[in-house]
Design a binder for this molecule. Structure first.
Ligand code: ZN
Ligand code: ZN
Length: 232
């Protein structure tokens, strides 16, 4: 499994699949998926049958790698060309989940995961950057006091997906009145935002100092959750 940059969800894992499955997902249809034995590649029923994949023992890519050379070479002679001849595409995992979620909602089925589809995602970069600026402004005073700190030492922002919320991590703000102040600041930003789902967490973090080419680098070693607020 590799990583792609999805225009909607940003950095994500992906599934490799045949063009037919990809097309179905593009049209928001949840297709029946099979797998090409030995490869993690998802294939449609037609590709599965046309290539006689059903005749092969189902092997994960991990099991495939572990086969003794003799067995592997025999299988690879048949599976390799099938794989090469597929018109393969990549689909972001969160985009797949979006289709799975809609499919479950349509048929009133049990949802496959707790949905966070009303959250700020990579595509909402303008709003996310606005919030980042607000937080940078807030932490500027603390940065002046502790001049070796970078703004990234105070907070981290991660855009959301379909299966997890937009999240803001705040580091080393221990005083409860300061925590309340920050939550208020973030809440008031969200008054103007339609995607309300979010997670705000406060952590105590430990850092180690490194010297690199005359520059000091602080790297986070550990974080302990103090408390978090999730708006669903
Ligand atoms: Zn296919
Ligand atoms: Zn995506």
């Amino acid at each position: 499994m590799g990583v792609i940059i999805c225009p909607i969800h940003g950095r994500q894992f992906f599934w490799e699949m045949c063009e037919h499955l990809w097309e179905e997902f593009e049209n928001n249809n949840l297709p029946v998926m099979e797998e090409l034995s030995g490869y993690a590649t998802k294939i449609c029923i037609d590709c599965y049958k046309r290539n006689n994949v059903e005749n092969f023992q189902k092997l994960t890519s991990h099991e495939y790698l572990k086969l003794p050379d003799e067995e592997y070479l025999k299988l690879e002679k048949i599976l390799g060309p099938i794989y090469d001849n597929l018109d393969r595409r990549c689909k972001c995992i969160e985009c797949i989940k979006f289709v799975q979620l809609n499919d479950a909602r349509k048929d009133n089925k049990k949802l496959p995961f707790e949905p966070f589809d009303n959250t700020l995602m990579h595509k909402d970069n303008i709003e996310i950057e606005e919030l980042r600026e607000i937080l940078i402004d807030y932490f500027k005073i603390r940065k002046l006091k502790e001049s070796d700190l970078d703004t990234s030492d105070f907070f981290h922002i991660k855009s959301g997906g379909i299966s997890y919320p937009f999240s803001i991590k705040i580091f080393n703000v221990i005083e409860s009145d300061k925590q309340k102040e920050i939550i208020k600041l973030i809440d008031s930003f969200f008054e103007g935002i339609s995607q309300q789902q979010r997670k705000i967490s406060f952590f105590e973090a430990e850092y180690s100092l490194y010297e690199m080419g005359g520059k000091k680098l602080r790297l986070k070693q550990d974080e302990i959750l103090i408390f978090e607020k999730i708006i669903k």
